[in-house]
Structures are given as structure tokens and as C-alpha cells.
Design a protein. Structure first.
Length: 81
């Protein structure tokens, strides 16, 4: 049975389904209203957007969503950790 609780955080698979192939945009980006974009404000409070070659810490944070994007800012994959 599917969990229909709107307050339940999305799991990694659900975030992947929502984000992969879409551009991560700042709230003030005029194109952010497009269905091909996801606003940063829609991401969990603890998240980081990682561009190709970006330096990142290797600490594991169970509640942090790591969003990897390509050169154009389009999500390629994401995971918690």
C-alpha cells in the first residue's frame, strides 16, 4: 500500500524520479516556473548540488540529499548520504 502522508520525506528513488533530467534552478530564475526545472527551495533543507569536478566533503549525512548535475545544471543522479 502506498504511503499517502504528505509530510513524509521522499526517499532517494522518489527524488531521482522527480529530479533526473530536470534543471536545478534558483527561485529567482525566471525559467524556474517551467516543468523542466526544479527550484532549489523544493529540495530538502539539507542538500547540496554538485557540479562536475566539484570538491566535496566525504562525510556521511543520512538526511542530506546529494544532487549531481551536468555542466548545464541538469540532474544526472541523486542519493542520500
Amino acid at each position: 500500500m502506498a504511503d499517502t502522508n504528505p509530510d513524509r520525506p521522499l526517499d532517494a528513488a522518489e527524488w531521482s524520479q522527480k529530479l533526473v533530467g530536470k534543471k536545478i534552478a534558483d527561485a529567482d530564475d525566471p525559467s524556474a516556473a517551467s516543468t523542466e526545472h526544479v527550484k532549489r527551495s523544493e529540495l530538502p533543507a539539507k542538500h547540496r548540488v554538485l557540479k562536475p569536478g566539484a570538491m566535496m566533503t566525504r562525510d556521511f549525512m543520512r538526511e542530506r540529499l546529494n544532487v549531481h548535475v551536468d555542466e548545464g545544471g541538469v540532474c544526472t543522479h541523486c542519493y542520500y548520504g
